[in-house]
Ligand binder design. Sequence first.
Ligand code: CAA
Length: 275
Amino acid sequence: MYGADISNTHPDSRWQNEPGSTKANRFRVGAVADVVGRTALVTGGTRGIGAAIAKALRDADYAVAATYHGNDEAAEGFEAATGIPVFKWDVADDEACAAGVAQIAATLGPVEILVNNAGITRDAMLHKLSSEQWRDVIETDLTACFNMCRAVIPGMRKVGYGRIVNVSSINGQKGQLGQTNYAAAKAGLLGFTKALALESAAKGITVNAIASGYIATDMVAAVSRKILDGIVAQIPVDRLGRPDEVARAVLFLASDEAGFITGSPLTVNGGQYMT
Ligand code: CAA
């Protein structure tokens, strides 16, 4: 019967919630998932969208860790205000990612939810874009995702469970003037997401992306007022998004109940670009 709970009753394990999962079979379709104890890691998790994601996961009773790279004082203030432990490393550095993930596993437990949110912009027209601006954005916005996923995937495959959410952008879908570097990195995240989703599906691990639109953060505030007014005029909802609106979407994809969604770019952009 359509809609009936057929999980865990069919003799063929493929009819169970998540084949290969050692934990997921505790969660029947429609049941309230017991997420207490799952460890979630949010990169760039002390500011803007990342901070909203970290707080939403904490409020849903995940054990959350947030990484940051720049401002110690701001990160310590975030930790004091939220109770979310912060860890400092450069996600563009693969050895630092491996060491940081091991440290979080030792402190909070193995990472079962990874949100690759850390990102930077170095906007300039291509004819003015330096190699350094290109490299910085590709390494922080794309290579970092590879570094972090490679650090957590072996553990997720071992336990047969994982949730990875990569924060991509509308500008990786449609392009944006002045963002050849950023658009390439964010489009790269979408392809990466699909490939890793295929590799991981049979292991109880989902890999999805958020294609985020223009959200009221420091990053967007750095765009000149004149250009930003023009951008907002293209958003049917007629405003910038809020960080908590992206966080809500991440929370959904991170949940046990989202186990049948993988390789999906979930659009959160106020209708600015429809794929
Ligand atoms: N559409 C069409 N043409 C545009 C334009 C637009 N949105 N913005 C600028 N132009 C035109 C200008 O009129 C100008 O043309 P002319 O030379 O013929 O007059 C030309 O493009 C160059 O523009 P600028 O004078 O602005 O060039 P600049 O070197 O001073 O600045 C820039 C370039 C820094 C890229 C600037 O255009 C800019 O900030 N653009 C917005 C980039 C943007 O949207 N960044 C998003 C950051 S937030 C983010 O990325 C988060 C996310 O995921 C959404």
